[in-house]
Design a protein around this ligand. Sequence first.
Ligand SMILES: Nc1ncnc2c1ncn2[C@@H]1O[C@H](COP(=O)(O)OP(=O)(O)OP(=O)(O)O)[C@@H](O)[C@H]1O
Length: 264
Amino acid sequence: MDPQATLTFEELSILNERKEEIKRDHLAYLDQHPELKTLMSSFMSAVLMEKPTDVVAFAKAHFDALTPIKIAPAPLVIAGPSGVGKGTLINRLMTKYPELFGFSVSHTTRGPREGEVNGVAYHFVAIDEFDGEVAKGSFLEHANVHGNRYGTSKFAVEHVQAQEKICILDIDVQGVRQVKNAKMKVNYLFVAPPSMADLEKRLRGRGTETEDKIKIRIANAKGEVDFGTAEGNFDKVLVNNDLDEAFAELEETLAKLYPEVRFQ
Ligand SMILES: Nc1ncnc2c1ncn2[C@@H]1O[C@H](COP(=O)(O)OP(=O)(O)OP(=O)(O)O)[C@@H](O)[C@H]1O
């Protein structure tokens, strides 16, 4: 007898829901491991070319001889409220490990400022072109900032990955939500302030914002910290209290997230 025939409607829907959940989980895993497809199709091609009689022995020899595939390092998102110290930590990283990290070149619809070279500072594009790229799904994330559009294209990130560098994405919480929808393996780090009072002190201390802007940033920070510290949103929440300690913890975190890279 079919074992499912004895289940109640409620049990059946729980079972179906569970099956869907497992399917989603499997698909998410496959999305994060594109190398699996390469491995399996290269094995199948080898089998079909050789047509071995002993497939198991052939498989053993095939996988034993495998040299590690160079896998592009996952980009690193560093998010956190304005003034928390993201830029400070990133500068330190870039200074200490200049060859390990890179930045992607963003697209923008704002005009170039003096000295800004197209393709270096930004890809400067017209609004129509920007919208076209949005429609094509070219952007990992994009936003409107003070009337101008900014976006990080997948291609720009892949360009950094192709140089075997970890692409740092210094983006806000809205950007993080968008990147999470893109099917790309990304590591997520959230930088949190020791307290809101400390955050405010840093923003004022930096002296780059007007009082109104400081107020807006502080008001936004609460929601950002809630999102950043919520279970499952980030791989690591780093509290930037003492800068040296936070940097040491950042290095430890990176060593775990990128076991193939040496951080010391
Ligand atoms: N651990 C720390 N202790 C005290 N001050 C800090 C610390 N980290 C950074 N700062 C100071 O806080 C201010 C803000 O830092 P920073 O500009 O790096 O922030 P940010 O997160 O990049 O901000 P934004 O998102 O607005 O660019 C700077 O003046 C910086 O020197």
